[in-house]
Design a binder for this molecule. Structure first.
Ligand SMILES: Nc1ncnc2c1ncn2[C@@H]1O[C@H](COP(=O)(O)OP(=O)(O)OP(=O)(O)O)[C@@H](O)[C@H]1O
Ligand SMILES: [Mg+2]
Length: 104
């Protein structure tokens, strides 16, 4: 079981996404396998990790509403070794990001 770190704050524009990207990158550089879950419909974490939104068809919202859709099916690699990400949950969870250390 990995360690889950949630980055959340009710106030907007206080650095949640920036903190998440850098925390994920730092943990990955230390050798941890990191899964960034972008739970913000703005999808800034996804874009910040270098993913072109035009290439994303399914996201966490689809995983949450479709019991047959596995989280693993929406995970995409990033250019950073050990760092992967799953795209935003549009209109399901409005704010916040999460980084999960993944040892699976
Ligand atoms: N430590 C910092 N020092 C200065 N500027 C920062 C710092 N962290 C983030 N910023 C800047 O603050 C702005 C908001 O950051 P960010 O998008 O990470 O916030 P957020 O809390 O995720 O916002 P939102 O609520 O819109 O999701 C960005 O322009 C970012 O570059
Ligand atoms: Mg943000």
């Amino acid at each position: 079981m990995g360690t889950v770190i949630a980055v959340a704050n009710q106030k907007g524009g206080v650095g949640k996404t920036t903190c998440t990207i850098n925390l994920g990158g730092a943990l990955a550089s230390l050798g941890h396998r990191v899964l960034c879950l972008d739970l913000d419909p703005q999808a800034n974490l996804t874009v910040g990790l270098g993913i072109d939104l035009n290439t994303v068809e399914k996201n966490i919202a689809n995983v949450l509403i479709d019991p047959d859709l596995k989280l693993t099916s929406i995970i995409r690699p990033t250019k950073t070794k050990n760092l992967r990400r799953a795209r935003d949950a549009r209109a399901v969870i409005r704010r916040g990001g999460a980084v999960q250390r993944d040892r699976s």
